[in-house]
Design a binder for this molecule. Structure first.
Ligand code: DON
Length: 309
């Protein structure tokens, strides 16, 4: 059954296009498809090549939010960024101007994510990046680095995110300089992971912060639960409602074509209990979600009844 779902999803790879606004991402071949599911006992389902690295893009918003909450405490973070879906595109600026006092609606859109980037621990961009990379390395038990080519390709043209950051600064929702916040945010979007890494992050979230494979506690249950609520309500941007209805799994996508999913309890063939899922297929739709990736998760959820609702 899993192979049938995979084969069907693969027929959708060419229906999406790689993100073109970051020239380096436009070079990704749309035919790629990889998925990794890991369960609480360390059983894996793998399809395609689950080791190659792609950039996190917006999936970094989940990691950064978790790091900020663990460092400052949830309330400190929520004083600067709300937990309300917008129904707007991920890079929309409109609500910062039209809704007083200009507080970003949630950390899964660019405005909220730039605020969160500005509150990451450290005195410099390097400190902040190192802190997050170290956290990611520990969860995934593997080293990670920034893809400099992707970073360069984005930072030179990220005028819209700069505009968002200036709005945030003007309304006192940035804890550091505009350029530092934008650089931190953009560098962390360019952090590389594999589908196996995403699956491990998903598994840690399924364990409410305790990694089932090692029993190591990474984050508090409170942070894990708020993160999963945000992924469910805001993780797929202005398609979050639609996917909550058709899939019903906490998820976060990125424009590189990656998707991170977390399942608190499910049974997928020989995999059982808490599950982490990572999918990668670089063809994305107009909203920014991987077309084949979302098809795979939709079929998976419907076939194995994984919806939380
Ligand atoms: O801020 C940006 O434009 C990107 N680097 C990240 C956006 C992203 O991944 C949105 N995703 N679906």
């Amino acid at each position: 059954m899993l192979m049938e779902i995979t084969n069907e999803a693969k027929t959708y790879t060419k229906r999406g296009k790689p993100a073109s606004y970051i020239p380096e991402l436009a070079l990704q071949s749309v035919e790629q498809f990889a998925a990794c599911i890991v369960d609480q006992n360390g059983n894996y389902f793998e399809v395609g090549n689950i080791e190659p690295q792609f950039t996190l893009q917006s999936i970094s918003k989940v990691i950064n939010f978790i790091v900020a909450c663990e460092y400052h405490g949830l309330q400190f973070v929520l004083d600067k960024v709300d937990v309300e879906p917008t129904g707007d595109p991920f890079n929309s600026i409109i609500r910062l101007e039209s809704t007083a006092p200009g507080k970003p609606f949630n950390p899964m859109i660019n405005a909220g994510a730039i605020t969160v980037a500005s509150m990451l621990p450290g005195e410099s961009v390097k400190d902040r990046i190192d802190y997050v990379v170290d956290f990611l390395n520990r969860i995934t038990d593997s080293p990670h680095q920034i893809n400099e080519a992707v970073y360069r390709s984005e930072i030179e043209t990220t005028h819209r995110n700069r505009a968002i950051a200036y709005y945030l600064k003007a309304n006192d929702y940035l804890l550091c300089d505009v350029e530092e916040a934008v650089e931190t945010y953009t560098r962390l979007c360019s952090l590389e992971v594999s589908t196996k890494d995403l699956a491990k992050i998903g598994l840690m979230l399924a364990g409410n912060g305790v990694h089932p494979l090692t029993n190591e506690k990474f984050i508090t249950p409170k942070t894990a639960k708020v993160t999963k609520a945000l992924m469910t309500t805001c993780g797929l941007y202005n398609a979050s409602g639609k996917y909550a209805a058709s899939i019903g799994i906490p998820m976060k996508s990125g424009v590189s074509g990656g998707v991170l999913c977390t399942v608190s309890n499910g049974k997928v063939e020989h995999l059982e209990g808490k599950l982490g899922i990572g999918v990668y297929s670089p063809g994305i739709d107009d909203i920014g979600n991987s077309v084949a990736g979302m098809k795979f998760i939709e079929k998976l959820s419907q076939t194995y009844d994984l919806s939380i609702f």
